[in-house]
Design a protein around this ligand. Structure first.
Ligand code: GLY
Length: 427
């Protein structure tokens, strides 16, 4: 098979890494990819949102399956377009992607089908939203309806902050038309878990659960990022809870989408919080998580291509999907200044000097004409370790990170630390 992976981050390098392991695969392309995918596949110089360009390239290369990483092309209808060209593609349709691309859609779906979500309200009028806010007790969560490059959800600790966020979104339109409507939710405290599942629209098969770290600094300090690390599986999220989330959230959502005339195929990602023992949905995403994918796919024992094809062909019930019972930790190495402005183009040293069983997934990297790998983004690499338990996985990662260097590189020191402490403190 010839497979095209759309995207160029750590998630996509991980997808390519897993896909090339399949005996069914002859050639893999990444668009645009990065230096990591260039080493194991062929990069195509196309943006993920250049849907027509991607369709043309897929036809020319004779692609048998396209796999989409980021949400933007899905929300723009890449699935529908490839389908019209007769190119098999893994991912939901534009209409089904609304579970992620419209917070209002997701909220209405959850309310209509009794899928547990935080108490909240939808507004398309700025004055009405302001009036509602006045009656709320902070913290509150303000969500821009549309896609906002991961920045559209603001947790406001005070009413002043909430009003500022609301004004920025609905009046100043910092996210453009994505802020025409908002959802205002009550705040839930706790640890969020990402449970991501394969689904062909009928069968739902959850992956191992994972936790990600959104803040730039240790102990969750500082501004939000695209994700600074992750681990799997969280010990506080039992196998029973995975079953419960599948039964009470993922399956009902997939059935609801079918009832609404928008059959859902691909990956459905539920960000859930456990409140008094019950899971509540904070968000749905229509794709693999980043950086969750970097710690989930190394635990997948099955052939990913078999699963992707079964989803596309609608026979996921026939595939046996086995997961390792080991633990996995991923730490993101970022450029100086990230998540604010940063410089790129610094040579990266030492990637090849990590232990053989440590994985280095690239995100913002570029292969220079001189054969040297240079930084090319805010999040540069995810260093991943698998171990018999979380402590071993974590130790592997942090022992190897100092072998890698680029100017200004920084990373969190506390990824999976609480998880290891929690396990160690058990009698
Ligand atoms: N890790 C969060 C996300 O992928 O949206």
């Amino acid at each position: 098979m010839k497979i095209l992976v759309v995207g160029g981050g750590g998630r996509e390098h991980t997808l390519v890494w897993k896909i090339v392991q399949s005996p069914r695969v002859e050639r893999v392309f990444a668009a645009p990819g990065n230096a990591g995918t260039a080493a194991i596949a062929e990069n195509l110089n196309l943006r993920p949102t250049d849907i027509e360009g991607l369709g043309k390239a897929a036809k020319e290369k004779g692609i048998d399956l396209a796999v989409v990483g980021p949400e933007a092309p899905l929300a723009s209808g890449i699935m529908d377009y490839f389908d019209s060209l007769g190119i098999p593609i893994f991912g939901p349709t534009k209409a089904a992607t609304q579970v992620e691309s419209s917070k209002v859609f997701a909220r209405n779906l959850m309310e209509k089908y009794d899928i547990p979500c935080p108490k909240g309200a939808i507004f398309s009028s700025y004055p009405e939203a302001r009036e509602y806010l006045q009656e709320q007790r902070p913290p509150v969560v303000i969500k821009a309806d549309g896609l906002a490059a991961g920045k559209g959800v603001i947790i406001a600790g005070s009413l002043a902050e909430a009003h500022k966020a609301l004004g920025d979104i609905m009046e100043a339109k910092i996210f453009g038309s994505a802020g025409d409507r908002v959802v205002i939710d009550g705040y839930l405290s706790g640890r969020e878990v990402s449970l991501i599942a394969f689904t062909d629209g009928k069968t739902v098969s959850p992956m191992v659960p994972a936790c990600d770290y959104k803040k730039i600094g240790d102990n969750d300090r500082g501004p939000n990022t695209g994700g600074m690390g992750s681990y799997s599986p969280p010990g506080f999220f039992s196998a029973g809870m995975t079953k419960k989330v599948t039964k009470d959230i993922l399956l009902p959502a997939v059935k609801a989408m079918a009832k609404e005339g928008m059959p859902y195929k691909g990956v459905l990602y539920a960000g859930v919080m456990i409140v008094n023992g019950e899971p509540v949905v904070l968000e749905f995403n229509a794709r693999f998580g980043d950086p969750e994918t970097q710690v989930v796919l190394p635990l997948l024992k099955a052939d990913l291509v078999d699963i992707l094809m079964a989803v596309v062909q609608g026979n996921l019930d026939r595939v046996k999907i086995e997961w390792s019972s080991e633990a996995c930790v991923g730490v993101v190495m970022a450029s100086d200044g990230y998540p604010g402005s940063y410089k790129t183009g610094f040579p990266i040293q030492g990637i090849d000097s990590v232990d053989k069983d440590v994985l280095v997934f690239h995100a913002g990297t570029k292969l220079g004409n001189d054969g040297i790998i240079y930084t090319d983004g805010g999040r540069v690499l995810t260093v991943v370790g698998v171990g018999k338990d979380m402590a071993e996985a974590r130790e592997k990662v942090y022992r190897n990170i100092p072998n890698i260097y680029f100017e200004g590189c920084h990373y969190r020191k506390d990824i999976a630390l609480r998880e290891v402490d929690r396990i160690n403190s058990k009698p």
